[in-house]
Design a binder for this molecule. Structure first.
Ligand SMILES: Nc1ncnc2c1ncn2[C@@H]1O[C@H](COP(=O)(O)OP(=O)(O)OP(=O)(O)O)[C@@H](O)[C@H]1O
Ligand SMILES: [Mg+2]
Length: 271
């Protein structure tokens, strides 16, 4: 389980990006983190993997206090956190296989990784993962020859080969078309279920969050203003998170439509 207790982050510039954020994410839960630009979504993820140090508060992952680890302890702890990014962060001139294997860098010794000599078991696992994410025949392609959706699949395989307990996902679909976005979100959520992984997925698309996450947390100016099921994101809640707007159009209407069907007037027979 991941736990954040009263986590605050003030950057050197004075920006208070997180204000006493308290959250618990049980094993296997996929949580979507929504909120306007600047709300603190990326900061929250970076505090968990300690790319930035929280100013106050305690973060634990499976009982281990992440927020006060030494550099050595942190290297080990980061193996348990798989990262997936909007811009994929692949090494363009390397092959798909080499990019996936680079997820093992936290385990493989420096010289082995320098000569890119990975254990056979890692290579087998990489093939298995490539198959699972639908890129079985692309192992030898260079990363710069792939489409955005394919790149993100490589990013997912690279995160999973770490054998993480937690996935930290920062806007995985922001550069993808609507159908590919759904496929990528579906893949991430299926893999979390298969492997019993917890995940935090930062996402701007409210509908995608509602479709795929069982829990949605809304951040606004560094504070949690909503924490609940996806169908609780009504116009009032969205106004609280994002500000005044006509939110009706963005919310899934499936349930309303059913109700409307019942109330629909009888068709008038033509004379
Ligand atoms: N390295 C930094 N130094 C100073 N201030 C920062 C830094 N990174 C972020 N901030 C500030 O912290 C606040 C939260 O930023 P953050 O990037 O976490 O928001 P976000 O919710 O991820 O936004 P977006 O949706 O645009 O990615 C903002 O006010 C931002 O300006
Ligand atoms: Mg961000």
């Amino acid at each position: 389980m991941l736990s954040l207790k009263s986590v605050s982050k003030r950057y050197k510039t004075g920006d208070l990006a997180l204000k006493e954020v308290t959250l618990e994410i049980p094993e296997g839960q996929v949580m979507a983190l929504i909120g306007p630009s600047g709300a603190g979504k990326s900061t929250l993820i970076r505090c968990i993997n300690r790319l930035v140090d929280p100013t106050e508060g305690v973060i634990t992952l499976d009982g281990e206090v992440i927020s006060s680890l030494s550099a050595r302890g942190l290297r080990k702890a980061r193996r348990r956190m798989g990262m997936i990014f909007q811009e994929y962060a692949l090494v363009e001139r390397l092959t798909v296989m080499e990019n996936v294997l680079s997820g093992r860098l936290g385990y493989v010794g420096f010289w082995r990784s320098w000569f890119r000599k990975y254990p056979a078991a890692d290579v087998q696992e990489a093939f298995r993962l490539l198959d699972r994410v639908g890129l079985k025949h692309m192992a030898d392609k260079r990363a710069d020859e792939l489409s955005g959706g394919q790149r993100q699949r490589v990013g997912i395989a690279r995160a999973l080969i770490q054998d993480p307990a937690l996935l930290l996902v920062d806007e995985p679909t922001a550069s993808l078309d609507p159908k590919t976005s759904r496929q990528i979100m579906r893949l991430i959520c299926e893999l979390c279920e298969e492997r019993h992984l917890s995940a935090i997925i930062n996402i701007h698309d409210v509908l995608l969050a509602q479709m795929f996450a069982k829990r949605v947390v809304g951040l606004q100016l560094g504070e949690i203003v909503y924490d609940g099921p996806p169908d609780g994101l009504g116009p009032d809640v969205l106004t609280q998170i994002y500000g005044e707007e006509d939110w009706e159009a963005t919310i899934s209407k499936v349930e309303d439509e059913d109700e409307n069907d019942e109330e629909a007037p009888e068709p008038v027979a033509s004379a």
